[in-house]
Design a protein around this ligand. Structure first.
Ligand SMILES: C[S@@+](CC[C@H](N)C(=O)[O-])C[C@H]1O[C@@H](n2cnc3c(N)ncnc32)[C@H](O)[C@@H]1O
Length: 278
């Protein structure tokens, strides 16, 4: 098991300093031997002190913003595993899957979590409105939430079940604003689903959303749509391909871009960006 924690190597900073389910037809993670129970001594040991109903069931809550989550079941239990992280003074357990790209934690997420943890006061994350795009299994959204932000975690429909599961399991027992989980397909129905007039974000978070896929223009359109005056985009990405650098060049034409940190061990770069308004 890969254990990642905030004791990982520091980046090169460049600028700026489930109890048993009542309804067994629903979530079945704990019924199958291949999906180990969350360990009592990890997330829940802290939870017991912080919240009396820390073992409230995944489906036994009004906090889920997605009715379809109630039906989430892994397609293949063999493809699930759990990874442990430690940020914001909490143990975080992320259920991962090999069923799609969005179900594993990518290196950009680890880099951004490390940065958020180390700079949360300077960033004024407490009470900030945050949206994550391409949230995957949710580590960044969970950490932002534990650091005090009001978080909306978004991704493709297929990814939302596991995303909601991880977010719920790692935050429902904490005194935090419960993150919202929403579908956001890059470039699709942006003004309809996230109208600018009612959806202002202090931060947009994006990690490893740039890799070899056909939606890079739509990704850029989405970033632009979500940015309003004052919005800060924090984007961490592992750079591998020439297409990654081509995206970066386009990105820099549209955003005032600062390289905040580089993580040599993972070739991740972390950028801070604001939209050019002229
Ligand atoms: C490489 S994964 C990164 C996941 C997570 N941010 C991390 O760093 O661990 C890319 C994410 O982008 C999402 N994604 C890919 N294409 C998308 C699209 N067209 N619209 C919305 N999300 C998309 C995937 O579902 C996936 O969660």
């Amino acid at each position: 098991m890969d254990v990642c924690s905030n004791s990982a190597k520091h980046p090169v900073l460049l600028k700026e300093s489930k109890t048993e389910n009542k309804d067994k037809s629903q979530v079945k993670f704990q019924e199958n031997e291949l999906i180990p129970k969350l360990q009592e001594n990890d997330v829940y040991s802290q939870a017991k002190e912080e919240c009396p109903d820390s073992r409230k069931d995944f489906n036994d809550t009004g906090s889920s913003s997605l009715p379809s989550i109630q039906k989430f079941l892994p397609i293949n239990y063999n493809s699930y595993t759990k990874e442990h992280y430690s940020y914001a003074g909490k143990n975080i357990i992320i259920q991962e899957s090999i069923e799609n790209y969005g179900a594993v934690v990518w290196p950009g997420a680890v880099a951004l979590c490390q940065y958020l943890e180390q700079h949360s006061e300077e960033l004024k994350l407490q009470g900030a409105a945050v949206i994550e795009i391409g949230a995957g299994p949710g580590l960044v959204s969970i950490v932002a939430s534990l650091l005090g932000a009001h978080v909306t975690a978004t991704d493709l429909p297929d990814v939302l079940g596991n995303l909601q599961y991880n977010i719920f399991e790692n935050t429902h027992h904490c005194k935090v604003h419960q993150p919202e989980v929403r579908e956001l397909v890059w470039g699709e129905d942006l003004e309809l689903n996230f109208p600018k007039s009612s959806h202002y974000y202090d931060f947009i978070l994006a990690t490893d959303v740039v890799y070899h896929h056909y939606f890079l223009d739509k990704l850029l359109t989405t970033m632009i749509h979500l940015c309003q005056p004052g919005t800060v985009l924090l984007w961490a990405n592992k750079f591998r391909f020439s297409t990654d650098y081509e995206f970066l060049e386009k990105f820099k034409e549209i955003f005032n871009t600062t390289l905040l940190a580089e993580f040599p061990e993972s070739t991740v770069k972390l950028f801070k960006a604001t939209l050019k308004w002229d």
